[in-house]
Write a protein that binds this ligand. Structure first.
Ligand code: NAD
Length: 360
């Protein structure tokens, strides 16, 4: 089958890591009989340099016409790049916020996987890690505290600030459905995280999640308070499969979960809407400090491409092939410099792409 992939190479290491992801996708296409057609879309600094803005209407149109978008990363060195002398709404990151809004990407999925070969990078004790862990954080991305009404007022000479945390049941239902759908493609367990002992928004969250859970009898689900979840992530990360949570809790927990893996160059992510469409990108930034040196780790982007195969194209076997290739390459002892360990063979960005493509 043919799939239209919008490609935002972006800035810094973006073009290097995206090239390797395309190499691996093409190997998947050759093995399984698919064709991936790539359309380059300018965003971030690359778009500012050409159009003077970080995202044009034509770029949004091209993204909407794609079946999914694969992205490297955008942005430059925030202290030295001339992009950061522009007003905030014309800087590279404004492009990302704009595309998320234009495509209604309300669900953010961030896997936190610790491969047994990379256990050395994990700050947790061996007995906690066991053979590694594999979870995803499903975070609501367009509601809650970050989008609620806020103001700062002065009352009797004292400054007072308000932020409001609102969710309606439809916003909760659509992210819960996404979370349970993803659990069905994984180990069929959902941990819904809230603060229902205190917050009304969390009590509504819990009620709606319980309703949605009834449609997924195969999925085991539980509720967990967010403070307990923060502890459990370091106490017993292996208990989790899908953590489903609202915007701010997800922001904090996903950073905590990625830190316990210890390897920023390995972490993929997806932002999804109600259709099959998704924007797939590594969790890391554009790493301007190592751009153009052929030393960046392309694996996070390649694993993001695997998520695209699984979630947007329903190609589970193909996604498995990519994820297994990553495991094989690590087991064979190949490492980019960021995950290098004693006794391993250090390779550059393009060689890592070659090795993965060979193992598809
Ligand atoms: P960063 O993630 O780019 O880099 C942090 C450190 O990790 C650097 O030392 C970098 O060399 C290293 N690193 C990151 N990815 C790597 C990889 N694949 N392989 C090897 N090493 C890697 O974070 P930063 O330095 O804070 O930000 C740099 C730029 O990226 C900024 O302009 C920032 O705004 C942007 N950014 C973009 C996104 C995005 O596009 N979604 C996300 C985060 C940051």
């Amino acid at each position: 089958m043919n799939y239209k992939v919008g490609v935002i190479s972006g800035d810094g290491i973006g073009p290097e890591i995206v090239n390797e992801a395309k190499k691996v996708l093409d190997a998947v296409g050759a093995k399984f009989g698919h064709k991936f057609e790539y359309t380059e879309i300018l965003m971030g600094g690359a778009s500012i340099d050409v159009h003077g803005v970080p995202l044009t209407e034509e770029a949004i149109k091209a993204a909407k016409e794609s079946d999914a978008v694969l992205m490297g990363s955008i942005g430059g060195d925030t202290t030295t790049s001339p992009w950061y002398k522009l007003p905030p709404d014309l800087r590279p990151e404004a492009g990302l916020l704009k595309i998320r809004k234009a495509l209604n990407l309300f669900a953010n999925v961030r896997p936190a996987v610790l491969y047994k070969e990379l256990k050395g990078a994990c700050p947790l004790k061996d007995e906690v890690i066991g053979d590694g862990f594999d979870m995803v954080i499903m975070r609501e991305l367009t509601g809650g505290l970050y989008f609620g009404e806020r103001k700062t007022v002065e009352e009797n000479g004292v400054l007072k600030a308000y932020d409001s945390l609102t969710y309606d049941e439809n916003e909760i239902r659509r992210i819960a459905i996404r979370g349970f759908d993803i659990a069905m493609k994984r180990n069929k367990k959902v941990t819904s995280v809230d603060k229902a002992n205190v917050l009304d928004s969390s009590r509504l969250w819990r009620k709606v999640v319980e309703e949605v859970a009834k449609d997924y009898p195969e999925v085991t689900y539980e509720h967990m308070l967010v403070d307990n979840c923060a502890m459990q992530l370091v106490k017993n990360p292996r208990q989790f499969d899908v953590i489903l949570t609202e915007n701010m809790f997800g922001d904090i927990l996903s950073d905590e979960a990625s830190m316990v893996t210890g390897s920023i160059g390995m972490l993929s992510s997806a932002s999804l809407n109600e259709t099959k469409f998704g924007l797939y990108e590594p969790s890391h930034g554009s790493a301007p400090d190592i751009a153009g040196k052929n030393i960046a780790n392309p694996i996070a982007t390649i694993l993001s491409a695997a998520m695209m195969l699984r979630f947007s194209f329903d190609l589970s076997e193909e996604a498995d092939a990519v994820e297994n290739a990553v495991k094989k390459v690590l087991a064979d002892g190949y490492r980019t410099v960021d995950i290098m360990a004693d006794g391993c063979k250090q390779v550059g960005c393009d060689k890592m792409g070659d090795l993965l493509a060979e193992r598809i």
